[in-house]
Design a protein around this ligand. Structure first.
Ligand code: MRU
Length: 341
């Protein structure tokens, strides 16, 4: 099952706002429809946003009177995940060659995401084996938000590593943070882990650091929306608290993301634009009012984990051991890891 695809001259995607109760396909035939779907998180997760951006350019060229304006608006639909702008720019480079060339590039980005996620599964598993050994008791992973197939095309990034561990009989348990306010962990990650048949339990976000202190996880794996040149990493809000807890507990904290999430043009986390989402999402829970009617709220969708709290960054083409003073500049991307047949 693909999270997002091009079907009969339009974009079809799993509407993630309806999960886990309903798994329905949303069909989009206009750029404004796609921008709305991105903003309300019907499609979300950095790699999936990259594919949505690229396919959206194809839609713009096919349907818009002024494709350039539509492409600019699409690129700005969400600010933090660099993959959206990257996917848009990659496809937009082919606009002058016409629709078939744009679509060809967008479909290549879709297919490449699948290969990248398989490679991250391999590199991530190899890293964890190196860090934790292979004593046969299985690995316990804590994770936040949703970084699985729903955040990509077929297989995920951090949750893709969890899936690889599970497929090899090496996952003892995944602990999934619920991920307030929009519950990507409770609604989406739990749904995916259940479909995999993987052992998992949910925890409330605030329990994460304490459970690390009590020894409930062997490693924390997170995805990323943008990794700055110095390794500072923007990801779902709550990641930073987990990184602090992991450091205090002596637990490895690993970022798993494709090369397309590395943004060498952004020097550090201080320069990453963090999306502010509506206060309404904080004071309500899936349409249930939680706080008094006049309550205000601050709602950053992401936070930034400083590079010195990150043990390693795993991409589809390298493992960068920040804990050994390696940097994104000192470890160049290499070949993809092959999945054993
Ligand atoms: O607001 P979301 O649901 O798009 O946030 C997603 C995340 O923070 C993910 O961890 C990140 O995009 C990596 S997805 C493989």
């Amino acid at each position: 099952m693909r999270t997002i695809d091009w079907v009969d001259d339009g974009i079809e995607l799993i509407d993630q706002t309806l999960l886990p109760e309903r798994c329905e396909t949303l069909r989009l035939e206009t750029v404004d429809g796609l921008i709305g779907a991105i903003r309300r998180l019907s499609v979300r997760g950095a790699p999936a946003l990259g594919v949505a951006g690229a396919l959206g350019v194809a839609l713009a060229v096919a349907t818009e009177r002024d494709p350039a304006d539509a492409i600019t608006r699409l690129r700005a639909a969400r600010p933090t995940a660099v993959n959206l702008a990257w996917g848009v720019d990659e496809a937009a480079r082919h606009v002058a060659e016409g629709f078939p060339a744009v679509l060809r590039r967008a479909l290549a980005i879709r297919d490449d995401d699948i290969a990248a996620c398989r490679s991250m599964g391999e590199y991530g598993t190899a890293l964890l084996t190196g860090l934790l050994g292979e004593d046969g008791t299985g690995i316990r992973i804590m994770t936040v938000c949703n970084t699985g197939g729903l955040a990509a095309v077929e297989r995920g990034t951090a949750l893709g590593v969890v899936q690889t561990l599970h497929e090899r009989g090496r996952l003892a348990e995944a602990l999934a943070l619920e991920t307030r306010p929009l519950l990507q962990g409770a609604r989406l990650t739990a749904w995916e882990l259940g479909r995999m048949g993987a052992p998992y339990r949910m925890i409330v976000d605030s329990a994460g650091p304490f459970l690390l202190a009590r020894g409930h996880a062997d490693a924390v794996l997170i995805g990323a929306d943008r990794i700055a040149a110095n390794g500072d990493t923007a990801n779902k809000v709550g990641s930073y608290a987990l990184a602090l807890g992991a450091r205090r507990a002596g637990v490895p904290f690993v970022v798993v993301a494709p090369e397309t999430t590395v943004d060498m043009a952004t020097p550090s986390g201080a320069e990453i634009a963090i999306e502010d989402r509506p206060a309404e999402e904080v004071v309500t829970l899936r349409e249930l009012r939680l706080a008094p009617h006049d309550a205000g709220a601050i709602n950053p969708a992401f936070d930034v984990t400083p590079h010195d709290l990150i043990t390693a960054i795993v991409t589809d083409r390298r493992i960068v051991r920040l804990d050994r003073a390696e940097t994104l500049a000192s470890v160049p991307p290499g070949p993809r890891a092959a999945m054993p047949s």
